[in-house]
Design a protein around this ligand. Structure first.
Ligand code: RTP
Ligand code: MG
Length: 139
């Protein structure tokens, strides 16, 4: 069943570079409503669990290290066609290939430190949102 929600994280590079406010502003201006929000630091174990789907990929170890290198902002977002529209708003994984005006084009520096995460399916949006937020933390 299609949902109207997606899950995002503002990654450590964007938080430490001071882009949290600008990115949240782009998200809201892009038509998304924030229905859950938290500012947290991931341990390597938690980052590893979240990205377990990428365990066999060559970049997994570096990704876990990067995602636990500093605080992140996690959020659940609501909009019609949320998953697809949010991936359009953030642009390609590699910021060098992200369209002008997308969040990764504006705020990311490398394929790994690429400013934001966006769920890739309705099913994963649900799983990822539940990974970070309990029922009483969501509106
Ligand atoms: P995300 O899950 O963070 O929204 O990114 P994505 O779908 O666009 O990309 P995915 O293939 O799911 O990769 C997850 C994250 O791993 C890092 N990565 N590094 N060094 C590399 O070649 C490489 N490739 C991917 C990125 O942080 C990417 O967002
Ligand atoms: Mg992905």
């Amino acid at each position: 069943m299609a949902t109207n929600r997606t899950f995002t994280m503002i990654k450590p590079d964007a938080v430490s570079n001071g882009f949290t406010g600008a990115i949240l502003d782009d998200i809201i201006k892009g038509g998304f409503k924030i229905v859950a929000l938290k500012y947290i630091a991931l341990t390597a174990a938690t980052a590893g669990e979240f990205y377990a789907v990428h365990k066999s990929r060559p970049f997994y170890g570096d990704l876990v290290k990067f995602m636990s290198s500093g605080p992140i902002v996690a959020a659940i977002l609501e909009k019609d066609n949320a998953v697809e529209d949010f991936r359009k708003l953030i642009g390609a994984t590699d910021p060098a290939k992200a369209d002008a005006g997308t969040i990764r084009n504006k705020y990311a520096k490398s394929i790994e430190a690429n400013a934001v995460h966006g769920s890739d399916s309705d099913e994963n949006a649900e799983i990822e949102g539940n990974f970070y937020f309990s029922a009483f933390e969501r509106f």
